[in-house]
Ligand binder design. Structure first.
Ligand SMILES: C[S@@+](CC[C@H](N)C(=O)[O-])C[C@H]1O[C@@H](n2cnc3c(N)ncnc32)[C@H](O)[C@@H]1O
Length: 269
């Protein structure tokens, strides 16, 4: 696994890079597959009016803003993140009437008493975390008995790409899985993590996203996979260009297809 992931501690990145990362989060959230995943997380969470909910690793607050209306005026969301710069953007973007509060803290040290929340969730968080157990345990601790914890992550090794060069495709994807980002297997680990944290009735739902053109975040992730494989020396510049052009030709001819599985875990305290 990689030992460097800018998303695992954005405060170590330059202010310019963090601003770019915040913009990247917001831009990606408008892409069709991201909207599909965020909607599925909301459905798994089933927010109810008046509830007190926690989002761990909220970033710029995209999913908190999506959940907030369901809580109506009597409920409240706490968005927690390791990055004060992301939280500054989150505060600007949150509607002041939406009852979202933001807290700068570590997921492994949530500054709230036991059983404080009705539910807690984290999306695209654990794939950036090297030691996930303490975070899931903390989420369970701060949820009341009968409350729920929801976690959602992709599993990048489930990516399929219909490309004419199988060997090169495998080399790119395998490099991406093993060397870019903290943990590209986090999706398949969510069931175990939930059970290890002491959650009950843990269930995991797979959600397959597909891409047939440039719009999905998945297509952008494939371009990025080719870049990082090239920059890491797994493929040459010429192989990078050939791999990307073959996919762009398929996009133009309407024959491009890729897919990726997200896993959504829900467990109860
Ligand atoms: C890829 S971003 C996803 C943000 C948001 N969940 C979304 O889907 O838009 C990962 C987020 O997790 C945060 N993060 C990473 N490690 C964390 C930790 N140990 N505790 C709290 N937040 C963390 C990062 O700062 C970043 O905001």
């Amino acid at each position: 696994m990689n030992n460097a992931d800018a998303w695992s501690n954005p405060s170590q990145a330059s202010p310019e890079d963090v601003a770019r990362m915040a913009e990247h989060l917001e831009e990606r959230s408008g892409r069709p597959d991201m909207r599909q995943v965020n909607q599925a997380v909301c459905e798994a969470l089933r927010p109810q009016p008046g509830e007190r909910l926690l989002e761990v690793g909220c970033g710029t607050g995209i999913v908190s803003r999506l959940v907030a209306p369901s809580l109506e005026k009597t409920g409240a969301i706490t968005g927690l993140d390791i990055s004060s710069q992301f939280l500054a953007v989150a505060r600007q973007r949150a509607d002041s009437a939406s009852h979202i509060h933001f807290v700068n803290a570590l997921g492994a040290a949530i500054p709230h008493p036991d059983s404080y929340f009705d539910g807690a969730w984290g999306v695209r968080l654990l794939l950036h975390v090297f030691d996930p157990d303490p975070i899931v345990s903390e989420m369970r601790r701060v949820v009341r008995p009968g409350g729920r914890v929801v976690l959602a992550d992709w599993d990048f090794e489930t990516a399929t790409v219909d490309h004419p060069d199988r060997e090169l495709t495998r080399r790119i994807l395998n490099w991406r899985i093993d060397h870019h980002g903290a943990n590209n297997w986090s999706g398949r680990q969510l069931l175990r993590l939930g059970r290890q944290a002491g959650l009950k009735d843990v269930q995991v739902y797979p959600l397959v996203v597909t891409a047939t053109d440039e719009k999905p975040a998945l297509t952008q992730s494939l371009w990025r996979a080719a870049e990082v494989a090239r920059d890491g020396g797994a493929i040459t510049e010429a192989e990078h260009d050939a791999w990307v052009s073959a996919l762009k030709e398929r996009i133009t001819s309407g024959s491009f297809f890729a897919s990726l599985v997200y896993f959504i875990m829900k467990g109860w305290k």
